[in-house]
Design a protein around this ligand. Structure first.
Ligand code: HEC
Length: 259
């Protein structure tokens, strides 16, 4: 908040009128000053006319060069403040954009693999894609990026990989609230920088929405094929990832990276 105010205040169109009015009023301000102007230390005041005259308030003419230097100094300081305020915001935006790109890429890849397998060999064999290929896509992306890239849910199927941590649980609950308020589910995202005992992390989450493609394995248990039900019971005895309907938030692609 403060940063964006600083950014707006010191944006370049604002800077010119400020500097222009300083330039105009500087000679008047200079003349009315009653305190001493010591621009640099004087070792031998009597031999240095500039030094001597500066020490005598009200008697020094503000020449063009000094006026110019003061205004340039002021402009440089204001620009430095603006840059310092802008840099973290720019780097945060870049980090968010990168994370969004990776999350979308991962979702598309997961869905494409699943769709291909579902069309080729149906839901029972596709369970293998979810079991082996999906975790592999996520961990390949983690290795490539150096971040932790995961898919987690409040009702996970695989508790080893799909269980959300505290931050992810908060985000998932918030996404459910936002979805209930009518926000577009497949556009839900959230990011923030989080401090932990060892380090700070940038965290990003993007909602995964239930679609018709997901229903054979995550939809109503009553409508699931017996073969899928039997395989799920065998592989995931504590499966919670069923009875979802289209349009619901099922989980998130979650990214955690050092910041
Ligand atoms: C062919 C069955 C099948 C289909 C279709 C399917 N999934 Fe899954 N899904 C699974 C299985 C099996 C797992 C557990 C994978 C594992 O062992 O890590 C899983 C796990 C997940 C997870 C990881 C969290 C968890 O529960 O362990 C997410 C998120 C997920 N699925 C989302 C989706 C979405 C979104 C769709 C639709 C686009 C979908 N799935 C379609 C079978 C399926």
């Amino acid at each position: 908040m403060l940063k964006s105010v600083a950014l707006k205040a010191f944006s370049f169109p604002m800077l010119f009128p400020i500097l222009e009015s300083v330039w105009r009023t500087l000679p008047e301000l200079w003349k009315t000053g009653t305190h001493e102007y010591k621009l640099w230390p004087c070792i031998d005041a009597s031999s240095d006319s500039l030094c001597r005259s500066i020490e005598e308030p009200g008697q020094v003419e503000l020449n063009f060069m000094m006026r110019f230097l003061i205004v340039v100094g002021l402009a440089t300081s204001l620009a430095a403040v603006a840059m310092a305020a802008a840099l973290p915001e720019i780097s945060l935006k870049k980090t968010t954009d990168e994370s969004r790109r990776v999350a979308l890429q991962v979702s598309v890849e997961l869905k494409n693999q699943l769709l291909r397998e579902m069309q080729l060999s149906g839901p029972v064999r596709s369970l293998l894609v979810c079991r082996y290929t999906c975790p592999e896509i996520l961990s390949a992306q983690s290795r490539k990026s150096g971040w932790k890239v995961a898919a987690v849910s409040l009702k996970p199927r695989n508790s080893a990989l799909g269980m959300p941590d505290a931050w992810e649980q908060e985000v998932l609950m918030d996404f459910e609230r936002r979805a209930a308020r009518g926000e577009k589910v497949d556009a839900l995202e959230f990011s923030e920088v989080v401090s932990e005992p060892q380090a700070s992390y940038f965290r990003y989450a993007r909602a995964m929405m239930m679609e018709p493609l997901c229903l054979p394995c995550h939809g109503s248990r009553d409508k699931m094929s017996d073969a899928v039900k039997a395989q799920l019971a065998l592989d995931y005895p504590f499966d919670k990832a069923v009875d979802f309907s289209i349009g619901q938030v099922y989980g998130i692609v979650s990214i955690k990276r050092p910041f």
